[in-house]
Each structure stands twice: as C-alpha cells, then as structure tokens.
Write a protein that binds this ligand. Sequence first.
Ligand code: ADE
Length: 231
Amino acid sequence: MTWRATILTLFPEMFPGPLGLSLAGDALEAGRWVLEARQIREHGIGRHRRVDDTPAGGGPGMVMRADVVAAALDAASPAEEARPRLLMSPRGKPLTQGRVRELAAGPGVVVVCGRFEGIDERVIAARSLEEVSIGDYVLSGGEIAALAVLDACIRLLPGVMGAEDSEAEESFEAGLLEYPHYTRPREWEGRTIPDVLLGGNHAAIARWRRSEAERITRERRPDLFGPGRKS
Ligand code: ADE
C-alpha cells in the first residue's frame, strides 16, 4: 500500500519543495509515497475566501476559523479516515523517532499547517487533531515543520533508504547520538584519524564507537542519557 500524505495549507506551492529532490524525490517519482497539497482557502468564507478572524476576547493576531479548517479537512479526508490527522504547532507534543516510526508504518498522514496566531480550539477537538511540535522554537507557519515530519517518515518507507543509512538509524534507535566519522585523507591540516579506526580490529572499533557515542550523548544531551531512556 502506498503511503499517502495530504497537506492542508495556505501555501500549497511549498510542497513538495525539498521533498521533490534526492531520496524523497526519487521515492515520490517511484510511487513509494504520494503527496496531495490542498489549499485551505478554497473553503474560505465569502467572495474574499476569508480563512481567519480576530481572536475572541481580544488580543493581537488572527485565528484560523474552525468552520473553514473543518470544511477543508472533511473534503480531504473522510470521517472514517484511517490516517492520523496532525496539526503542526509549537505547543504540540515534541516529535520523536518513535512516533516517526509509527507514522511511517501506517497508511500515511493528514497534516494541517497553521498560520497566524493559531487555530480555533474547537476544530482541534472536533476533528481529533494531534498537535505535533518539531522543537522549542517558533516557525512562521506549520509548512516547514510538516516538511520535516514527512522527510523523517519517508526515509523509513520500504525501499527508500539505502543500506548505508540503516546503520545510522540503528544508532539512534539505541538512544544515542552518532559517533564521529572520518574518511581520506589520512592526515588533513595536521589532524589525523584515530589509530583504532585504522587498525582493522573490528571489535575494538565497535567498542570505540560505542564509547564515543556515549560520551557525545552525555555531553550534549544528558536528557537522552542513562538507563531506560528511549528515543
Ligand atoms: N509551527 C510553528 N512553529 C512550530 C514548531 N516549532 N513545530 C511545529 N509547528 C510549528
């Protein structure tokens, strides 16, 4: 079954964007996933196709209307839709490799990209939207976040990723950051490659990589480090 991504956005021209190139682009062309970017404004109100309005209770910015977003969702995905419906939002649950694995293993995703101050809370509840964040910083809209989610999923689809990448995937599966990599030349600007990597002792190399991965994880991401932690 082909993995299907439906994106609801005010900027459908942003898709596939970078996902039309490289690994994801090749997979798209090969039919391993399909993309449908839909214009929310087609469901806007009146001659001007308004999608937003002022916040109830006052305050700055504009809020996307529940009725408009619901109409866009209902047109794009039936009520009995099997795909999870995501809403990209900085207040969402932080995305993990674990959730990415689940999404990639399913039939696909429906992704709502917010703009303005936010989306009327009622449509989030009424259409069971799962709010997802890609990090503790604020983007100007959900589109770039949606591209990140899709990229992370697509590389895990069967036949998309080369064998060389699967090892890196496993290293994150172990809950650790990656160990350092080196290639030729053997000496560059006076810097050498650690001797252990040139010695041909595969057990010693594996031990060194594991200990470097642990050191880097402990230094940079103490929150990931320690017994029982999982991505
Ligand atoms: N929209 C704006 N900022 C975002 C973030 N950090 N994650 C997901 N969606 C967003």
